[in-house]
Structure formats: C-alpha cells, structure tokens
Design a protein around this ligand. Structure first.
Ligand code: FES
Length: 156
C-alpha cells in the first residue's frame, strides 16, 4: 500500500512539474513578443561630428556642382558655389522631407517634390518650405602641398 502511494505521489509530482513548466513556457511564449514589441531596439545614436566628403577636385562635384553625403544618419548636400567655395546644408527639405538638389544654372537649391526653393545660404525663398535648411561647416584641409585639398564637413 505504501508503494502504491509512493507511485501515485511520483506521478502527481511529475504531472505538476510537467504542467507547471508547460504553463510557464506558454507564458514566456506570450510575454516575450509583447515585451520585444513594446521596448524599442537599441540603435546607437549617430555621434558623427565630422565627415570627409572627398577631394575638392571630385568629378561629381565638378560635373553637377553638388553631391549628397551621409553625415551620420542625416543626408547633407555639399555644393560647390565657385572654385574653392563650398557650402553644406541638411539635404532634407523642411516641407515634407524630400531630398533637395542644387541647380547649377539657376544657382539655387531646389526641391522637386513641391517646387520648394532655397537660396545659396539655405534660406527658404519660394514654395512651401517653412524654414531654412540647417547649415553645416565646410573646411578645406591641405594634406599634401600642391595636391587637391580634402573637403571636411562638420556641424556648424
Ligand atoms: S517636400 Fe520639399 S517642397 Fe515639399
């Protein structure tokens, strides 16, 4: 009789353990996706303070008068206004976030989405953009005398 009790007690303990862990596993399976959905992923902040944008004789700059570079997560438009006169602004239009371009012939920054116009100081001068473009600082760094300088863009 005591052996039967021991066997029954063992089965009950096994069933308690089995259903206890199954219930625990089920709760984890339900809770984990919810917690992952609620907590944002850990993405490091862009801590870029300075970007090398190529050499001053960059063929793309010479041909189009501008190029779009990445400054951390931010697209930046680098413009060659005249020889050795470079300017940089956030390339994100202040209206609805389209990427702007430089129109060399008209000497203006233009947004194709809704015909927004900025002057060469980044000021919004026509169309729907409500604010100027954020300016960036541009420096020419001479690495080797007699060689084209490196264009360095940094936060203004
Ligand atoms: S997004 Fe640039 S003018 Fe509308």
């Amino acid at each position: 009789m005591s052996e039967a009790r021991t066997g029954g007690s063992g089965r009950r303990a096994f069933l308690n353990w089995f259903f206890g862990t199954a219930l625990g596993g089920l709760l984890v399976m339900i809770a984990y996706p919810i917690v992952r959905f609620i907590s944002p992923p850990r993405i490091p902040e862009a801590t870029t303070n300075q970007v090398e944008a190529g050499r001053e004789d960059d063929p793309e700059l010479r041909e189009k008068g501008f190029k779009i570079i990445q400054f951390g997560l931010e697209p930046v438009i680098l413009i060659e206004v005249a020889a050795r006169d470079f300017r940089a602004f956030s390339a994100t239009c202040t209206h609805l976030d389209c990427i702007v371009e430089f129109q060399k012939q008209k000497k203006r920054i233009y947004c194709n989405c809704h015909a927004g116009v900025y002057d060469l100081s980044g000021r919004n001068v026509a169309g729907p953009p409500p604010r100027p473009l954020t300016p960036y600082r541009v420096d020419l760094v001479e690495n080797t005398p007699g060689q084209p300088a490196t264009i360095v863009v940094s936060k203004a």
